[in-house]
Design a protein around this ligand. Structure first.
Ligand code: FES
Length: 174
């Protein structure tokens, strides 16, 4: 069991013990208390300067497609097909107007809206069996930018990004 009090004392002295980087117990605490609540930096607007540009980034176990859609809006979608959860984007970065799931071929615009659902009628019973209209890749629970820096939060009730950044904004402004 990790001596958390000892770790904290070391950190307060300005010393970060190397073992914390490989400590499962501390990682579990970080997942619960930090990464599931905090705003996490996932990219810079300059990486997705043109409509269709995207990068794929992870927050904990979740993969996100961070993209600029055809209207120029920045979006972050869970990289997860609505059908069986397959990753719809397998590249690390690129430019695409659509993402097509390699499993059964469902496809999505880069704004997340579903556009292609092969054999919708025969395999799923059409709109009555599986409603296609209005379906879209799941968006990140929260997305915001500051000075071109793109952040997501897994917490739908996260405080506004600027409030979260607080005085640290000084350094980002600088
Ligand atoms: S899992 Fe994506 S189309 Fe089936």
């Amino acid at each position: 069991m990790t001596d958390q009090t000892g770790v904290l004392a070391d950190v307060r002295r300005g010393m970060i013990p190397a073992h914390v980087y490989n400590d499962r117990e501390i990682f579990e605490l970080e997942k619960e208390r930090v990464f599931s609540r905090a705003w996490v930096f996932v990219g810079h607007e300059s990486e997705i300067a043109q409509p269709g540009d995207y990068v794929v980034r992870r927050v904990l176990q979740d993969s996100f497609i961070v993209t600029r859609d055809e209207q120029g809006e920045i979006r972050a979608h869970f990289n997860m097909c609505l059908h069986r959860g397959m990753q719809v984007c397998r590249a690390e970065m690129g430019n695409a107007s659509h993402f097509r799931c390699p499993y059964h071929g469902w496809s999505y615009r880069n704004d997340g809206r579903i556009v292609g659902l092969p054999f919708h009628q025969d395999a799923y019973g059409g709109e009555a069996g599986f409603k296609r209209n209005g379906q879209r890749l799941l968006p990140a629970p929260n997305l915001a930018t500051y000075n071109g820096l793109i952040f997501v939060s897994l917490d739908p009730d996260a405080p506004p990004l600027e409030e979260f950044l607080g005085d640290f904004r000084f350094y980002l402004d600088y």
